[in-house]
Design a protein around this ligand. Structure first.
Ligand code: FAD
Ligand code: DHB
Length: 390
């Protein structure tokens, strides 16, 4: 098999890259270890920032998002006894949208099928070769067990945190940074109308809680839990009691409505960056190059921002102009580190630990964010997202 761009990973980064390349007449083949149905049903991110929405609209992927996405002006930030609304539109003139990653993925895959994009699912043994030459290739075993070689001009590593692409950058070339946090999130999806108009991020001595949503009938919640938490120790009643306490059920008459839990999982929290994001003819994008803890709602948005830079760089490279490709890693990493800092800052501000001094610092920081226009605007600017190309 031969194509111009071999894309490893059919998550949002990989399929969006194939979409942007196709719009410029560049061929690609997308490979994934999982089935299309599996990738489509993974419950992950829920919030799109302004620049992500603008990009999806600009490239013809905004129709259902416009109809079904819910535009939010801001978020609520709270701690026991107090809830404050931050209005991003007033603060920085930008907003965010509630539109799940499952929906973004569905729109991307529908568009891919409509244009006849080659999406090759259920591959195994993916390996990258000859990245330092102009004729790199990817070998894999297809769903029928037949070994295949995909030759390309360029390889895009969009294979998330567990794929082989980041490890294909030689050890002496790559540099990595990592932080594991001493807590995880227990996430649930529930068939119940949201009890809030906009998301609630809650600091509480028992641990952080987040009230998010997917639609007018489906809510998404997260609870801070210790690392190594077993879901079996969290029956439904314990989850709802924890959410009610931490989100302030009964505070100023606010009530948390409960419903049937349809999905539950425990997510570890990690920061990770690998640079450079390019090695020879291999370009990394999305979770393949960096992971943020989810508190700032940045993971999916960062993957989209990488690909928005990478697509024009590859189009130019294939036409013989190297400048954008040469600048890709440094340009992308500016935003990556900004979002890495913001996600770390939101995470460490909102997750209570045992240290009483740290707790007072967290509360002092939260009070400053909601009472100072500069503090609120700083959070808003980062949460609602910096422009593409920042
Ligand atoms: P992925 O979506 O991970 O896609 C990578 C693809 O590569 C996958 O489909 C995988 O099957 C494929 N792949 C892996 N190995 C191979 C291989 N060897 N060969 C071929 N293909 C391969 N972000 C938020 O902002 N908010 C959230 O609430 C949130 N929740 C999350 C929950 C979970 C459980 C996880 C894992 C992530 C969550 N994220 C969240 C992060 C967000 O979902 C990711 O940042 C986003 O999916 C990144 O997109 P991506 O395309 O780079 O990677
Ligand atoms: C969601 C996830 C987040 O990490 C976040 O900060 C906001 C919302 C969500 O899944 O809805």
């Amino acid at each position: 098999m031969r194509t111009q761009v071999a894309i490893i990973g059919a998550g949002p980064a990989g399929v969006l890259l194939s979409h942007l390349l196709a719009a410029e007449g560049v061929d690609s083949v997308v490979l994934d270890t999982r089935s299309e149905e599996y990738v489509a049903s993974r419950i992950r991110a829920g919030i799109l920032e302004q620049s992500t929405v603008d990009l999806l609209r600009d490239v013809g992927l905004g129709e259902r998002l416009g109809r079904e996405g819910d535009r939010h002006r801001g978020i609520h930030l709270q701690w026991p006894g107090e809830r404050h609304h931050l209005d991003f539109v007033d603060l920085v003139g930008r907003s965010v949208w509630v539109y799940g990653q499952t929906e973004v993925q569905k729109d991307l895959v529908d568009a891919a099928h409509a244009r006849g994009q080659q999406l090759v699912h259920e591959v195994s043994d993916t390996a990258l070769h000859d990245l330092a030459t102009d004729r790199p290739s990817v070998t894999f075993t297809d769903a029928d067990g037949v070994p295949q070689r995909l030759e390309a001009d360029v390889v895009a590593g969009c294979d998330g945190s567990f794929g082989p692409s980041r490890g294909a950058v030689p050890e002496g070339v790559r540099r990595t940074w990592a932080r594991t946090y001493p807590y995880s999130w227990l996430g649930i999806l529930a068939d119940v109308a949201p009890s809030t108009d906009e998301l609630i991020y809650a600091w509480h001595p028992d641990g952080f809680a987040l009230h998010s949503m997917r639609s007018s009938t489906v809510s998404r919640f997260y609870l801070q839990v210790p690392n190594g938490t077993d879901l079996a120790d969290w029956p439904d009643d314990r989850i709802w009691d924890g959410l009610a306490t931490r989100l302030g059920h009964g505070q100023d008459g606010w009530r948390l409505a409960t419903g049937a839990i349809t999905d539950r999982s425990v997510l570890p929290m990690r920061s990770f960056v690998q640079q450079p994001m390019r090695h020879g003819r291999l370009f990394l994008a999305g979770d393949a190059a960096h992971i943020v803890p989810p508190t700032g709602a940045k993971g999916l948005n960062l993957a989209v921002a990488d690909v928005a830079l990478l697509a024009p760089a590859l189009v130019a490279l294939l036409a013989g102009d190297h400048a954008l490709a040469d600048a890709y890693s440094a340009t992308a990493l500016r935003r990556v580190w900004r979002c890495t800092h913001f996600s770390w800052w939101m995470t460490t501000m909102l997750h209570a630990g045992d240290d009483p001094f740290d707790r007072e610092l967290q509360l002092a920081q939260l009070r400053w964010v909601v009472s100072s226009e500069a503090g609120a605007a700083g959070l808003a600017e980062n949460y609602a997202g910096l422009p593409i190309g920042f």
